[in-house]
Design a protein around this ligand. Structure first.
Ligand code: KG4
Ligand code: ZN
Length: 343
């Protein structure tokens, strides 16, 4: 059985074909980053209009690459939220229309469940149960994953998301949108003892995060260097490096705390920030120290893509969880309200 998966929650249109026995068969992505970059961030209306242009050609492309006809699909999965409402509606309408025409089910997928399960696209893949760290542009969460669909929230950010902190810091350093990958490159030449930025909430016994104070500390450092006329490339690089160290340390500490709560030996790390090599290395080392293992998706599946939606959609399809005929999307949608997947 093969499902078509569509992603259109933000600034990337993704399509993929997933087979319940063979796994991922084909995937394709169109990124809107160059289009939004000139505005310094995502312009929702432009995003929706671009998704409209891309979605049908991407469906054709993955179907051709998989050597299939549209009639061969068992279902169509689409991101139903959370995300930008106009962008979500494009994928939802395309999936619903296709499902209606082909007389197959349409499966609404939670974007963060897609991210959370993306490391299962890899070989070897993590086994349930596990503890998950979700670090994306809009979310920072630690989750006790007791089984497929059983997500118990252990902690989350009280202000900015980790990806948002990367993006805002990058902006202060005059890097293009989205800042994360640019900041990662800039940090490579930086001196990690040049600054010591705060690691907020490490003293608190919870698995919650806060990144707003870190952003302010970076702002102060940038302004001080500017005022003294020494905000050169090396100083920018030092700030990027010390910022990354602060985020990485915070993530490591909070994961440790969560793992103590769950007694798990398996850590799954997902979402855009999990593409960061410093973050991957630190969390891999943490799990090695604890006699466990950290799992990540390949970098291209850490950020938004259709493959993760097709995979999560197949799990929901096999559990018989089809959406109602009415097109409904959810710009806000708590992950721990999802139905269980295996009874
Ligand atoms: O998961 P994602 O594609 O979108 C959401 O669902 O929110 O994550 C995008 C976020 C952006 O904030 C981006 O700057 C960040 O992930 N990101 C990175 C890296 N690649 C993407 N942050 C740090 N290092 C990276 N290499
Ligand atoms: Zn995402």
């Amino acid at each position: 059985m093969r499902i078509l998966g569509l992603e259109s929650s933000c600034d990337e249109t993704g399509a993929a074909v997933y087979d319940d026995e063979q796994g991922l068969i084909a995937h394709a992505l169109h990124t809107q980053i160059p289009m939004h970059a000139q505005y310094g961030g995502v312009v929702p209306e432009l995003a929706s209009r671009d998704h409209i242009k891309r979605v049908v050609p991407l469906v054709r492309e993955v179907t051709r690459r998989a050597g299939m006809q549209l009639q061969d699909y068992c279902a169509v999965a689409y991101t139903a939220g959370p995300g930008l409402i106009g962008a979500l509606l494009v994928g939802a309408m395309a999936a619903r229309a296709l499902a209606y025409a082909l007389n197959i089910p349409a499966i609404p997928v939670h974007h963060m469940e897609g991210h959370l399960l993306a490391p299962l696209l890899e070989d070897p893949k993590p086994a349930f149960p596990f503890t998950a760290l979700l670090v994306s542009g809009g979310h920072t969460m630690l989750i006790d994953v007791r089984g497929p669909g059983a997500y118990h929230l252990l902690g989350q950010t009280v202000d900015d998301a980790a990806g948002e902190a990367f993006d805002k810091t990058a902006k202060l350093l005059d890097l293009p949108y989205p800042g994360g990958p640019h900041l990662e490159r800039l940090a490579q030449g930086g001196n990690s003892s040049a600054y010591h930025f705060p690691r907020p909430m490490l003293d608190r016994p919870t698995a919650d995060f806060s990144f707003a104070g870190l952003k302010t500390a970076v702002l102060n450092a940038v302004q001080a260097a500017k005022a003294e006329g020494r905000l050169n490339d090396q100083v920018k690089s030092d700030i990027a490096r010390c910022f990354t160290d602060a985020v990485t340390d915070t993530l490591v500490h909070k994961c440790e705390r969560a793992l103590k709560m769950t007694h798990s030996k398996t850590l799954v790390v997902a979402g855009g920030v999990s593409a960061n090599q410093a973050v991957r290395q630190a969390l891999t080392a943490l799990m090695a120290e604890r006699g466990g293992q950290a799992f990540f998706a390949r970098p291209e599946f850490c950020t938004d893509n259709g493959a993760m939606i097709a995979q999560a959609g197949m799990m929901r399809f096999k559990a018989g969880q089809y959406g109602p005929l009415a097109v409904n999307v959810f710009p806000r949608w708590p992950l721990d309200t999802l139905a269980l997947l295996n009874g």
